[in-house]
Design a protein around this ligand. Sequence first.
Ligand SMILES: NC(=O)c1ccc[n+]([C@@H]2O[C@H](COP(=O)([O-])OP(=O)(O)OC[C@H]3O[C@@H](n4cnc5c(N)ncnc54)[C@H](O)[C@@H]3O)[C@@H](O)[C@H]2O)c1
Length: 258
Amino acid sequence: MNPVDDEWTDRVVLVTGAARGIGLAVVRSFAQLGCCVAGWDLPGSDWSEAQKTSGHGWLAIEGDVSQASDWERVMAQVRERFGRLDVLVNNAGISGLIAPVARYDDAEFDRVIAINLRGVYLGLKHGGQWMSERRTGSIINISSNAGLGGGQFTVAYTASKHAVLGMTKVAGSELGRKGIRVNAVCPSPTDTAMIEELIQAQSPNDPERVHRYMTQNNPMARYANPEEIANAVRFLASDAASYVNGTSLLVDGGLSVG
Ligand SMILES: NC(=O)c1ccc[n+]([C@@H]2O[C@H](COP(=O)([O-])OP(=O)(O)OC[C@H]3O[C@@H](n4cnc5c(N)ncnc54)[C@H](O)[C@@H]3O)[C@@H](O)[C@H]2O)c1
């Protein structure tokens, strides 16, 4: 067995928003390393792609990350099936309504905050509690380049992603003392259904124009692919990042440096 296998074999990883997009790429990445993976997504999700990767140990769980009772149930399910939790990836998120602040819908604001912010808070709380028992573990929160900047029409999303970085720092400080590292990944636009839906909503008549604008603005002249974000998650979860705590890794192809 090589050292890489040794590091990962039998580690248990829980990924939220696991049925598609970045979450699915994260599931695949850890499954390929020999980890046991629990994937969590909304009821009625299409698990066909995630299930294909489930060689070592796989558990599909359905529920809503914004609900505390669902976190309690999911933690119990993972505990019953695998008995431990080494890595939690708080990935589930929604972009929400695309509209100016002055015309934003209040209920939609609350919905985005509930999933993107409360969902991550609950993950930190429940994951942190469990990992504290063994005094080891790694939690990775998926924020966004929107968590570092501004931009138009995404007030709830941007607020939630800024807040995720704040919570990452607080949890890194508290849980670091218990041997648990907490970090965030900030992807720029990534080639998933989310970005497709966002662009359709923004420019239903000419989505190609927005695609061109967003990719040409990036030094690498393209979106990230989900596997590139999964690679960053894997690094932060790994022993190679054993002294990395309370910080965020921007994976944006150089977009922020222009
Ligand atoms: N795609 C991008 O351009 C991009 C850029 C930066 C950050 N992100 C972030 O990465 C994460 C994943 O994004 P993606 O592009 O893969 O999105 P996606 O929409 O393709 O996948 C998100 C998954 O989360 C699930 N989900 C949504 N609400 C949930 C809930 N309440 N409970 C459980 N699961 C829920 C969805 O069903 C879906 O399977 C999100 O947090 C997103 O904000 C994405």
